[in-house]
Design a protein around this ligand. Structure first.
Ligand code: NDP
Length: 490
């Protein structure tokens, strides 16, 4: 068997990761660390400080103190300029950040460059502009009174994030949290700690005062220490639905404000009157980009029976062209899964699919030919019914199920027959059907004849077990601020 090496072709070196508390990098008090592993080579990238309640206490206390400092009271244009500068510095360090992101996650370098890092910078540029236009409500009540609302920061906010889009998702929370004048404690995923570590320094270089941005590394217990901390006012969390439920319990005694972006099992509904060329190309992306490790990936594909065979023939042929391999090769389409634990989880689901009687049109196994690393071939499954675990549960890998349907009613029942409700794609050239069906899908975001087309002003988030609240534009501002209504009697 031919084997491939997957070493990083780069001069940029991985980094050890310390906490960042009150403007300084710091190890854990007890000196504990854990190893950070490159999922494409299984080599050690470095060590990461293992946080405990002690470091969380220090970070929260620094953030609490900074809340009384200059940050929230800086003139709007100055705070906006600092936030813009963070975006500029991310772009200046793009090559380094993209490399670290690919080393940590196993995703192709071209993807880190074109999606993760560009978007991380844009998150700051967008909110630097947006914050200058946020207004407040005012009501004149006849000749009796004038009411107006004033905004203030929520306070100390914990930002807890997953491993699939580490810098993109952290900055999606950090930028509006800072724009609204809060101080924060970030908790990156234990498996992808590197870019957040650099981000802390970038914030300081851009002029963010000490104590405003803090970061503690560690496992779920570190996150739990943050979510139960009495001096933390709000938690913005992206991650698995079960973790969201744990966080809700842990935050309940101190009644924290919560924003949840959780898991999904997103449908991709393809009617026979679609433009098949466009549908197939976009479906290749929505199925397999980032190894299928995007919360918005469309992992349940429903195809109207009249084009089921034609769709599958072309979709399978295109999928077979995808190259699984070294994240640092330009021609790689699909890199490594993020960790051994996640790799085993995805392979377990492939076994479950076999037990459930699936037919694998592509993939179905770990990729062959690699000396090391957590590679799984893009997998198209047919032959599973709506109650199959692989159709109902989030796999979060390069695995899709394809199911034929005959009527709108039937497909809607299947599409909505899950606890999840994050996003959906709908393909049809019938505009009336697009609106009719689109409006009945139980999801926070529905794309018609496209996928992942984003405008950062629009509401982003999920319903049912896929989330609580919305992020984006004014929605982010509402979460990261408190409103006080002031009434002046006339
Ligand atoms: P997890 O929920 O396992 O972890 C997310 C973060 O929460 C990590 O930093 C994790 O720490 C931390 N954490 C774990 N347990 C606790 C706890 N009890 N209290 C506080 N924090 C805790 O998610 P994954 O990292 O596995 O990410 C994949 C999931 O994220 C998928 O379900 C995916 O759908 C979802 N996601 C949702 C998005 C959306 O916008 N809706 C976008 C992207 C991903 P640790 O380091 O120990 O893992």
């Amino acid at each position: 068997m031919q084997t491939q090496t997957t070493e990083a072709k780069t001069e940029i070196k991985s980094i050890d990761c310390s906490h960042y508390i009150n403007g300084k990098y710091a190890p854990s008090k007890n000196g504990k660390t854990f190893e950070n592993i490159n999922p494409a080579t299984e080599e050690k990238l470095g060590v990461v400080a293992a946080g405990s309640k002690e470091e969380v206490d220090q970070a929260v206390s620094a953030a609490r103190k900074a809340l009384k400092g200059e940050w929230a009271n800086l003139p709007l244009r100055k705070r906006s300029a600092i936030i813009r500068k963070i975006g500029d510095l991310i772009l200046e360090r793009k090559e380094e950040l993209a490399t670290l992101e690919s080393l940590d996650t196993g995703k192709p370098l071209w993807l880190s460059n074109s999606v993760d890092i560009d978007r991380a910078a844009y998150n700051f540029h967008f909110f630097a502009d947006f914050m200058t236009s946020v207004g407040n409500e005012t009501y004149q009540q006849d000749d009796i009174a004038v009411h107006y609302a004033v905004r203030r920061p929520v306070g100390v906010v914990g930002l807890i994030n997953p491993w699939n889009l580490p810098l993109l998702l952290m900055t999606w929370k950090l930028a509006p949290a800072l724009a609204a004048g809060n101080t924060v404690v970030m908790k990156p995923s234990e498996v992808t700690p590197m870019t957040a570590t650099v981000l802390a320094q970038i914030c300081s270089d851009a002029g963010v005062p000490d104590g405003v941005v803090n970061m503690v590394h560690g496992f779920g217990e570190t996150g739990a220490a943050l979510t139960s901390h009495p001096d933390v006012d709000a938690i913005a969390f992206t991650g698995e639905t079960v973790t969201g439920s744990e966080i809700m319990k842990s935050a309940a005694p101190t009644l924290k404000k919560l924003s949840f972006e959780l898991g999904g099992k997103n449908p991709n509904i393809i009617f026979a009157d679609t433009d098949l060329d466009d549908t197939i190309e976009t479906t290749i992306k929505s199925s397999f980009i980032n190894q299928g490790e995007v919360c918005l990936c469309g992992s349940r594909i429903y195809v109207e029976r009249a084009i089921y065979d034609a769709f599958l023939e072309r979709f399978v042929a295109r999928t077979k062209e995808l190259k699984v391999g070294n994240p640092f090769e330009e021609t790689t389409n699909i890199g490594a899964l993020v960790s051994e634990e996640h790799y085993k989880k995805v392979l377990r689901y492939l076994d479950i699919a076999k037990e459930e009687g699936a037919t694998f049109l592509t993939g179905g196994t770990a990729s062959e030919g690699f000396e090391k690393g957590f590679f799984v071939d893009p997998t198209i499954i047919t032959g599973l019914g709506k109650d199959s675990r692989c159709v109902r549960e989030e796999i979060f890998g390069p695995v899709v199920t394809v199911i034929p349907f005959d009527t709108e009613e039937e497909v809607l029942e299947q599409v909505n027959g899950t606890h999840y409700g994050l996003s959906a794609s709908l393909w049809t050239s019938d505009i009336k059907r697009a609106h009719r069906v689109g409006g009945q899908i139980e999801a926070g975001m529905v794309w018609i004849n496209t996928w992942f087309l984003r405008d950062l002003r629009t509401p982003f988030g999920g319903m049912k077990h896929s989330g609580i609240g919305r992020e984006g534009g004014a929605h982010s501002f509402d979460f990261y601020s408190e409103l006080t209504n002031i009434t002046v009697k006339l």
